[in-house]
Ligand binder design. Sequence first.
Ligand code: G6P
Length: 607
Amino acid sequence: MCGIVGFTGARSAAPILLDGLKKLEYRGYDSAGIAVMDGPAISVVKVKGRIASLCERTDGGQNVSGVTGIGHTRWATHGAPTEENAHPHLSNDGRFAVVHNGIIENYVSLREELMSEGYRFESETDTEVIVHLIEKYYRGSVREALVRTANRLQGSYALGVICTEETGRIYAVREASPLILGIGAGENYFASDVTALVPYTRNVIYLEDGEFAELSAESVRIFDCTGQEVRRKVSRVMWDVQAAEKGGYEHFMLKEIMEQPAAVKATIAPRIRNGRIEIEEIGGILSGLGDIRSIVITACGSAYYAGCAGRYALERLSGIPVRTELASELRYSDPLIDGHTLVIVISQSGETADTIAALKECRDRGARTLAVVNVVGSTVARLADSTVYTWAGPEIAVATTKGYTTQVAVLYLLAVCFADRLGRLPEGESGPVESLQALPRRIQQAIDMNPGIPALAGKYHESRALFFIGRNTDYAAALEGALKMKEISYLHAEAYAAGELKHGTIALIEEHQPVIALCCNRALMEKTLSNIVEVKSRGAEVLALTFRNNQKILSAADDLLFIPEVDPLFSAAVEIVPLQLLAYHVARENGCDIDKPKNLAKSVTVE
Ligand code: G6P
């Protein structure tokens, strides 16, 4: 939603803050700002627009002096993306500057209270109440003022604070928004995501909810919400800086698409031992598996579509009924969930507000909860009974690719593992495990088999709308394929279960209307073929995704995308790859800002 950074040390702070903000720009990119303390004076520079404009305005940070500072990149929620609404916000007495990621739910009443006490507001943001509260409660100790301020706030927040009375210090506060401390030599940092820290240090501390930290060049102290000092362990980040760089690719999205074979391998391979799926993290869930009567998968966006794709394998192989629910719907649906329900929560970031709320709702009803998460130590990972990490590495492009495929891969692993533990895999049956082992290779083949995608993008990029159709797992992959197209190319794209087409949507088919037909399940091939014939006879141009030797589809379609033949239960993770590439190249043709599409943010930490 937004990204925050903080630095204190002996070096010039501004270039380090700007560098950190560039790494966090995927979290929001409509305005940005920094506040740097030079002795007892705070300089604030804010811009509407990207970090690049902030760099220009400050000459890469060179014209802002000081060794202590905080920074922010914004995805506007309260108040338009303007310079006034950009963070950092200052207190009326000019002694405090604050950056904030999250939402203050009770800001309206706090604002009224503060205004009636004479505090002057300069912005329309919810954040500004925080800095005035700090000023109000300050009696010589920032720490005490923060405890009192935090007690007044409802909602989610990761805060960075500096105060002219305490030069060389930065404060960080966390409540339901990510915040990580970076421990350096003679300098310390905080950031919303480790990607901003790894160029400087691999030693990090994941703050817990309700905690705050006081950082100086030489020390890091952490306190709980009552002000009691607490000890936290230092973790080591294992991946290196290059993982968060473009590595020669034009866009992060393309790099991340290409990384999928390796990411899926990293997710699957360590969990296959002696021909069986072993997922140590879910020992507790496995021991109670016999009591599970239903599985509910819940998530948002692509993570939800990953659930739709994995549902088939999970239900078929485990024999347990599985349903998928959007987290934003589930949380308000008074769901029939109890101690016999296993709820699988999927989230790349582990910070999506609706997903967290759905998880809490299910937990309160006694469900067992299993999280599928990429970001280590994130809120979803900490709230669930068990967490299976997708080892996708940092995903920077806003539109997820390797995040999605690794989520689907984990669901496949769970499906085979549950089937095995429930005695549903016939003795000596190695097919499913072998299919999973082969998945990274199949994904690589799906990349290699489609050199014609840029040319197809040239043909389809001016379409007014694109329809994606498929059945079962093909349909699940179509949902994610259409979302990718919408997100980055801004073309209208919709996915339909192929059999539903004639119940309305077919009215929209006219001469040259592109229809992308997914036909990767031999058992359903004839059915989808008849839908292809229906749309073609009404003038549609059909781009079919299928196997190389699938003669009937090859001759019915106008254009083709290929995947190698894969067990249909596990095919969505392969089918999606040519569709990601198609969306990428269509967006490129249209000159779109592929890694940072308009109006989107990678991590949606508000409802
Ligand atoms: C945002 C992102 C999507 C993502 C969704 C859920 O909308 O742009 O790519 O699928 O949030 O995010 P999560 O981090 O929970 O997987």
